[in-house]
Design a binder for this molecule. Structure first.
Ligand SMILES: [Zn+2]
Ligand SMILES: [Zn+2]
Length: 323
């Protein structure tokens, strides 16, 4: 690329170019445009009928040459649509559409990212990744209403835990945390068997500092025997909140919070250690000893637990002298 000035400052910016949107590589120092890529952009996209290239409408599955087979706006058939987008990511053929979209997005080529994310939503095996990227790009481009509309439509179209998680992600992205909480609660009501929803709810409630609510949601995952990846998220929430309570001097709350981890307290030294320390305040030496030993089973060099046991042993001895 030819230098425009001694200190080039190249960035991708987005501009409107007639009916199209453009990724423009511009030098901020002198204003010279080095590259301009204009595209029809699917700002509005309805998964059930839209053309990926432009967002226009086409009948899914219509045979070529029959009415509705071509996009009412750009004229692409479904096949041309796919070929065109494969061409768009031809420099990285091994990447999926969503991976290519993420690369374009981090390079600030937002219009290209929008097109590839839409292709991911349409053709990738995990369409929700494409959707969530679409939403991020739309929000960054200032199309926030469109982003939200789209996620709401998804939920209406299919009330699955995935769609609720998708909508909640959009809402969190847009800073609408309260609405995200509502969405997740509603999702839990409709799809109680998928414990990803309470796990996500617990994490979201931590953000808004509703610790009792977060503990309850996380505790539900533990109680219902959630699969490992979900369980891990739930236990992380419980550990986080119990530690916060403990750090604030709310010892009873900390102990009660830790109990939401149920039998897993025995395997998480931080939680067992909270129980050991709280037992010394009660004081309940037998409990404190039991929990300190639990800590040492998982973490044999835990300094605090070793010291606590030594101290309790000395006290025991002193009592022995007194009696
Ligand atoms: Zn320049
Ligand atoms: Zn079209």
């Amino acid at each position: 690329m030819k230098s425009c000035c001694p200190e080039m400052d190249l960035v991708w910016v987005q501009e409107r170019d007639g009916e199209e949107l453009a990724d423009v590589l511009k030098c901020l120092a002198c204003g010279q445009v080095h590259t301009k890529e204009s595209w029809l952009a699917p700002v509005e996209y309805d998964a059930s009928k839209s053309c990926v290239n432009c967002g226009g409408s086409r009948m899914r599955g219509a045979m070529p040459g029959t009415p509705g087979a071509e996009c009412s706006h750009c004229g692409f058939t479904g096949e041309q649509d796919l070929h065109f987008h494969e061409h768009l990511k031809s420099s990285t053929p091994d990447l999926s559409f969503s991976e290519a979209a993420a690369v374009a997005f981090s390079a600030q080529r937002r219009i290209l990212a929008l097109k590839l994310a839409t292709a991911a939503y349409r053709w990738d095996e995990e369409p929700e990744r494409g959707l969530s990227l679409r939403v991020r790009v739309l929000a960054e481009l200032g199309y926030e209403d469109e982003a939200l509309d789209e996620a709401v439509r998804w939920v209406r179209l299919e009330s699955t835990s995935q769609s609720f998680l998708g909508l909640a992600a959009v809402q969190l992205e847009l800073g609408a945390t309260k609405e995200a909480v509502q969405t997740l609660r509603y999702g839990m009501h409709l799809a109680p068997e998928d414990l990803t929803l309470p796990a996500a709810l617990a994490e979201t409630l931590v953000v808004v500092k509703d610790f009792p609510g977060a503990l309850e949601a996380a505790g539900l995952c533990v109680e219902q025997g959630a699969p490992k990846p979900i369980l891990k998220r739930a236990l992380a929430v419980i550990k986080d909140i119990a530690s916060r309570y403990y750090g604030n001097g709310q010892f009873e709350d900390a102990a009660a919070g830790a109990r939401y981890a149920g039998k897993y307290q025995d395997r998480i030294p931080e939680l067992a250690w909270i129980q050991a320390q709280v037992a010394t305040f009660v004081p309940n030496d037998a409990e404190a000893t039991r929990w300190a030993n639990t800590v040492l089973r998982v973490d044999p060099t835990h300094q605090g637990a070793l010291e606590l046991l030594a101290r309790l042993a000395i006290q025991e001895k002193k009592r022995g002298w007194l009696w």
